[in-house]
Structures are given as C-alpha cells and as structure tokens.
Write a protein that binds this ligand. Sequence first.
Ligand SMILES: Cc1cc2nc3c(=O)[nH]c(=O)nc-3n(C[C@H](O)[C@H](O)[C@H](O)COP(=O)(O)OP(=O)(O)OC[C@H]3O[C@@H](n4cnc5c(N)ncnc54)[C@H](O)[C@@H]3O)c2cc1C
Length: 186
Amino acid sequence: MFDIAIIGAGAAGASAAIFTAKAGKKTLLIDNDKSMTKRAWIENHYGAGDITGPDLVERGKGQAVKQGAELVQGEVTNLVKKEDGFLLETEGGSYEAKHVILATGVALGLAEKIGVKTKEGTEPRIKTVLDVDASGKTNVDGVWAAGTCAGVSVHTIITAGDGAKTAINLISEINGERYVDHDVLK
Ligand SMILES: Cc1cc2nc3c(=O)[nH]c(=O)nc-3n(C[C@H](O)[C@H](O)[C@H](O)COP(=O)(O)OP(=O)(O)OC[C@H]3O[C@@H](n4cnc5c(N)ncnc54)[C@H](O)[C@@H]3O)c2cc1C
C-alpha cells in the first residue's frame, strides 16, 4: 500500500513526487510517457538555464527516484475506491494507494471516468480542466490534482510549482500540521 500515488510524471507529477517521497511518504509515480513537455525547448524555467523538455522531464523523474519514489512506466486505466484508499489498475498490474494526485497534463479521461468534476479552461488550447479547490483537492475524496490538468498556466515553472504546492498541502493534511521542507546549507 502506497501512501500516495501520483499519476503522470511530467513537470507537475515529478515535482509533487520529490516532495512526497522526501517527506517520507511511500510514493508511487506512474507515467505512460506522453508528456507534452518532451516536445519543448525551455529558456524560461528559473534556475535551469536553457534545457530541452526531455532533459527536464528526465531530471525531474531522477530527482523523485533519488528521494525514494517508485517510478513505474504504465498507463492507469481505472481507479477504484476501496475502504482505505484506491486501487490503480494498469495493463501491467494493479497498485494500492491511500491518496492520489492526478498530474495527467492534457489527459482528463481517467479523472472523468472516476467522477472528478471539470470546468472550462482559461489557458490557450486547454478547453477543459479539473475543478480543484485552492489546495488542489478535487470533489472526489482522496483525489487531488496538479499542473495542466488542474488549470494552471501552461509553463513548466508553474506546473512544477503547482505539483509542489499540492504535495505540500496533502502532506500537511496527512501529518495534521503544516509541512515545510527546508534543508540548511552546512
Ligand atoms: C511544443 C511545446 C513547447 C513548450 N515550450 C515551453 C516553454 O518553452 N516553456 C514553458 O514553460 N513551457 C513550455 N511548454 C509547456 C510545458 O510543457 C507545460 O506547461 C508543462 O510542463 C506541463 O506539465 P504537466 O506535468 O502538467 O503535463 P505533462 O508534462 O504533459 O505531463 C503529464 C504526464 O501525465 C502522463 N499521463 C497522463 N495520463 C496518464 C495515465 N492515465 N496513466 C499514466 N500516465 C498518464 C503523461 O504521460 C505525461 O507524462 C511547451 C509545451 C509544448 C507542447
């Protein structure tokens, strides 16, 4: 049983996984390798210099794994609500997690299938997004969302930040107190 399953390992999902795994939450990061970020050439991501989308995505996934996240390549085809969490179904097998963060980019099919409410998108070419509250929660108890699918501005610095924000809010809810992750220079 994972504490947190993150579906989608683009900028939002991998960023969320860095935080949840580093916070000691048993984290599953699952991705079907269709990140829009892999088509980008990026010159506007603070601190990263000029970087290709594929490099940014690989670095993000690597950072999440380094913090202890389990990275699985596969497509989540269904999410089934269980008594104490969710069953994530993929072609390669199933996984159990207490909480889920959807970070599926432009893909909303899975969220719609499990009854997550949607609303009109505000960003160019993004017609529909998931209806999340300010913390990143959807209307389905235990299911959170971050990044493009959650309606934020479609830029890597913002989707990555939104993944981090949602992860921090979920960690805080699980811990019962506000969470902060600050390492201090030795
Ligand atoms: C051509 C192009 C150029 C761009 N250039 C820039 C730029 O210069 N600067 C900038 O800031 N932004 C740029 N962007 C935007 C940037 O890519 C996005 O803002 C942002 O990175 C999207 O992050 P995300 O995590 O929300 O989505 P994505 O990176 O798309 O990640 C979503 C992930 O979810 C996975 N997924 C979806 N459904 C499932 C499922 N059911 N099971 C498992 N996995 C699933 C997908 O495989 C994907 O890896 C560009 C985008 C494009 C397309």
